[in-house]
Ligand binder design. Structure first.
Ligand code: B16
Ligand code: MG
Length: 218
């Protein structure tokens, strides 16, 4: 494969914002009388904000009108934004920065493919915005993962064919989206959860661009 583009998911790949989502959903749960556990939070990874709220309400067997849901989601988002505004470069996951530097050094394009509507704020806070040639986030796409839109849009914005792109993802829905986009997939996390990925790494610590080239040449 002739690698021209690396697309990164954000939460769980570049930073661990799941912990802040968890704190904010838990606080909302407290307010409306729903107990929300760390295990429940696993179900929200890679899932859109409104779908996450639906899952929380499902757990508590509660129903709300569309307007009430908008209000609840925006309340949760306010708390979440307070957390991410405190983030800095120390929250970039191990090995990510040197890997981005290597991509830059080889002239390989870099894109973001995230469900989050707060992706730009997060990249700014941790100081990574300048590494990205295209940022596709929850504000740009109409269909959530596992729909391939979030990845195909990144490639088309940069005029790169999907077969020249590799996607790094920590959520099964994201791996499915990337496969449907006809891209190479590298799972970041647990090989059992991410069994459909072409290859799985635990994280970017000890993973170099030469390792990626080796994986892609197999
Ligand atoms: P927001 P990713 C996802 O990020 C998170 O994993 C998921 O938990 C969250 O609900 C979603 O973003 C939407 O985030 O409320 O900020 O729009 O993994 O796609 O980078
Ligand atoms: Mg993710």
């Amino acid at each position: 494969m002739n690698l021209q583009l690396a697309i990164f998911d954000l939460d769980g790949v570049i930073v661990d914002t799941a912990k802040y989502h968890y704190l904010a959903w838990m606080r909302l749960g407290d307010e409306i009388g729903i107990e929300f556990t760390k295990q429940d939070n696993e179900r929200l990874k890679g899932v859109s904000r409104m779908r996450s709220l639906d899952i929380l309400l499902e757990i508590g067997q509660q129903e709300r009108t569309a307007l009430e849901k908008e209000q609840l989601a925006s309340k949760k988002n306010g708390w979440y934004v307070d957390y991410i505004n405190q983030m800095d470069a120390s929250e970039i996951l191990p090995g990510v920065l040197p890997f981005l530097d290597e991509l830059r050094g080889e002239g390989i394009k870099v894109a973001l493919g995230s469900a989050s509507k707060n992706a730009r704020t997060i990249l700014d806070r941790v100081g990574l915005t300048d590494y990205f040639h295209a940022i596709v986030d929850g504000n740009l796409v109409s269909k959530a993962k596992p729909d391939p839109e979030v990845f195909t849009l990144g490639a088309s914005l940069l005029n790169i064919e999907p077969r020249h792109a590799v996607v790094f993802e920590d959520a099964q829905a994201g791996i499915e989206a990337a496969l449907r986009a006809n891209m190479m997939t590298i799972g970041v996390g647990d090989p059992h959860t991410l069994k459909d990925a072409h290859y799985v790494i635990p994280g970017f610590a000890n993973f170099t661009l030469s390792d990626l080239h080796r994986v892609l040449a197999r």
